[in-house]
Design a protein around this ligand. Structure first.
Ligand code: ADP
Ligand code: MG
Length: 706
């Protein structure tokens, strides 16, 4: 055994179970375990003891401040730092941390978006310790800080954050899945936990170049830029050798993440130049959501230290792949059964077949909600193009599993041998090797061996929203199944009959073909599957009667909470487009137009000088370029004026208060104006002297890292 393994430092910055066991009196430790597993309340006496132990541990790590770390509806995390300092009698300072301060905080966080919830219910929000996600120490140049994961609610219990509904949805799916398991005769499991492994895609660009691009600084994506002569067509970046500078960044990132208890596992170059991916090992959806936030935050922070900027935007560059976040989702019992594991004989595995059926039904019944949970302004540039899943929700099940469902749906039972004749052909390969390796990368929701992979999720978004939706709609589907099983006399026969009914009713959602093909769009339309092409339309799924009914039934979102989220999503969409359009305007007026005009002047001087040489020179090339340049400058100027008017119109609409109409205007008119402006500028970039262009180009940004 080597003296120092890299894993020795793993979770060094986590208040782990081992640390708690070591430092807490046994009775307190046991009570905390009970709170974590059964959500039973923690008495204040125990909280005091835990807080003291936590503070002592933190002080040993050089910590001076703690923060209630929470996830408001902005989609990122928030923190307010308090030091442990307290006054002692003789003008001395001591360190103090009470149970009350641990379990409850009152940030005056009234400026976070609340979608009207606070005006209606309560002005202040409070944070409450979520003891199911580990407390960690975050290190940066300013020193270490103790971070306590918390939920953020109003006094009346209205969820003002993303964590609270996620935790509620975990309870809902646990409850319904346990009902089904008990009815199926399972007596050993006590809990069902939804798991998530979130693969994070990102771009790295050189910080010096980034700083010169107003669009990257303000919007996270390029709003101008002509395509480089080489993009991703050679596939030479995908899984390619890591550039040393990037590799050093990734190593640093791994080390930091491991210290904070994140099981960072896989790293590689992605399809587009300058694009990369990090995947951690999966965890329960709550911890996985917190960890994904930590991953994104740490990536951004460390990138700067290494002279990079990390872009988490869904589409930083036109013409090459954008970034997504694959949300690998599964259901597991507390005694280690993966309910989505087909095993060696999937056709005999009723648990697998029934739970998979529940998911098929859920995704078909609530496709619009699933689509909605993965929508933001950035993802509109990605979904439906030939790089990311189409905007149509469908499920890839693979031929083998589909065959089993077909067989049962056609009246066969599940006992027949060989209905699943696997095509592997190599005895030494695991049973499902082919299925997993040969899987379809074009599907938005793919069965990948023992989990589903939801591939639509935006790279910059929290996975809380998508997982809250998945947990809830599957809970709803399982509750319908449990209702049927409760009434059955022959449970096994009823299970087969449920699988059959679900497959027959919902098989339209299963599609194993190429999701990028145009034929699929036509086929999906024939099948009656919704094709929601943009986020403004997608958001509406949160406020349908159906959504209100199921979220209320499973105590995940109240109607007011749903309305608030709808409003915040629309508001954010409008803000994003406003910032993008205003940035374009400024870049065009203050950078592109002046640079082009100056260059036109230079060219005009050249033309004059050539004319005045007295030689009879052919200056047709120079005049042709000058004329073309001048025409484009005029077009760019006129279009800049149009964009300015469009922005004014948007502001006027905003002032009238019709958010929906404003968002639609942004989606249709404002973006059309932006696209046209970009087209002229990109054309100009191709004829203006490289040295005269006012900011780094796509070539510089994408291929500039050595
Ligand atoms: P790929 O890029 O081929 O999709 P990766 O290995 O990069 O695969 O990522 C797969 C992700 O799925 C990892 O985060 C992994 O931990 C996660 N995962 C594996 N098994 C499960 C499971 N049962 N439930 C949820 N996530 C899982
Ligand atoms: Mg994946």
């Amino acid at each position: 055994m080597p003296a120092n393994k890299f894993t020795d430092n793993f979770a060094a910055n986590i208040f782990t179970d081992d640390v708690m066991r070591e430092r807490l009196p046994k009775a307190v430790y046991q009570q905390l375990q009970k709170t974590m597993q059964e959500s039973s309340p923690l008495d204040i006496g125990s909280a005091d003891v835990i807080a003291k132990a936590m503070m002592e541990w933190a002080l040993e790590h050089g910590v001076t401040h703690y923060t209630h770390w929470f996830q408001p509806l902005t989609g990122i995390t928030a923190e307010k730092h308090d030091s442990f300092i307290a006054r002692s009698a003789h003008q001395h300072a001591i360190c103090e941390f009470s149970g009350k301060s641990l379990i409850k905080g009152e940030p005056d966080a009234s400026s976070f978006p609340s979608g009207g919830l606070r005006a209606t219910f309560e002005a202040r929000g409070y944070t409450a310790w979520d003891c199911t996600s580990p407390v960690f120490i975050k290190e940066d140049a300013a020193g270490p800080t103790l971070c306590i994961p918390t939920a953020f609610c109003s006094y009346t219990g209205v969820a003002l954050d993303k964590k609270t509904p996620l935790l509620r949805s975990m309870q809902a799916i646990n409850h319904q899945a346990m009902r089904v398991l008990r009815l199926m005769g399972n007596t050993t499991s006590n809990r069902v936990i939804p798991n998530c492994g979130a693969e994070q895609e990102y771009f790295l660009v050189d910080k010096k170049m980034y700083d010169k691009r107003m669009d990257l600084v303000f919007t996270g994506r390029t709003l101008f830029g002509s395509r480089p002569p080489k993009g991703q067509e050679m596939d030479d970046h995908y899984f390619g050798v890591l550039k040393e500078r990037v590799a050093v960044f990734m190593r640093d990132l791994d080390n930091q993440l491991w210290k904070m208890g994140v099981y960072s596992k896989t790293k590689h170059n992605e399809v587009a130049p300058a694009q990369h991916e990090l995947a951690p090992l999966y965890d329960d959806v709550n911890v996985a959501t917190d960890h994904n936030q930590i991953i994104m935050e740490t990536m951004r922070k460390l990138a700067k230290r290494h002279g990079f900027e990390c872009l988490l935007h869904e589409k930083p560059f036109a013409g090459i792949n954008g970034s997504g976040k694959h949300d690998n989702w599964s259901l597991e019992t507390d005694d280690g059964i993966n309910l989505l594991d087909p095993g060696k004989t999937p056709h005999k595995n009723l648990t697998f077949l029934l739970f998979t059926s529940a998911i098929i039904k859920a995704i078909d019944d609530d496709a619009a909600l699933v689509r909605s949970s993965a929508s933001n302004a950035g993802n509109d540039h990605r979904l439906g193009n030939n790089e990311a899943p189409p905007a149509i929700i469908s499920i890839y099940m693979g031929d083998d599993i589909t065959k089993i469902f077909e067989h049962i749906a056609n009246g066969g039972d599940n006992e027949e041998p060989n209905i699943c004749s696997l095509k592997v052909g190599v005895k030494t390969l695991p049973q499902f090797a082919m299925d997993t390796a040969d899987r379809n990368r074009t599907s938005p929701f793919a069965f990948t061996g023992n989990k589903f992979e939801f591939r639509m999720v935006p790279s910059s978004a929290s996975v809380a929203g998508p997982n809250t939706v998945l947990n809830t709609i599957v809970a709803e589907s399982l509750s319908c199944i449990a209702d049927r099983l409760e009434k059955a006399t022959d449970v096994k026969a009823e299970i087969i009959s449920i699988i059959k009914d679900i497959y027959n009713q919902h098989k339209r959602i299963i599609f194993n073909g190429n999701g990028y093909a145009d034929e699929w769009k036509k086929e999906a339309e024939k099948r009656g599957l919704p094709n929601i092409t943009n986020s403004v339309d997608a958001f509406k799924a949160y406020v349908t009667d159906r959504a209100k009914t199921i979220f209320a039934k499973h105590n995940v979102y109240s109607e007011a909470e749903l309305n608030a989220r709808f409003e915040i999503k629309l508001e954010k969409y409008v803000k994003v487009l406003n910032i993008e359009a205003s940035t374009m305007l400024k870049m065009s007026k203050r950078e592109i137009l002046p640079a082009c005009m100056k260059y036109a002047g230079t060219l005009a001087n050249t033309v004059n000088e050539l004319k005045n040489t007295g030689c009879n020179l052919d200056i047709s090339a120079q005049t042709a370029v000058l004329e073309k340049l001048n025409t484009l400058i005029n077009k760019l100027y006129t279009q800049t004026e149009s964009l300015e008017k469009a922005i004014d119109k948007m502001h006027a609409m905003q002032a009238q208060g019709d958010l929906c109409k404003t968002a639609q205007y942004c989606r249709d008119s404002l973006s059309a104006n932006m696209n046209e402006l970009r087209a002229y500028a990109d054309e100009l970039e191709l004829i203006v002297d490289r040295d005269a262009w006012p900011f780094p180009t796509y070539e510089d940004l994408l291929f500039g890292i050595n």
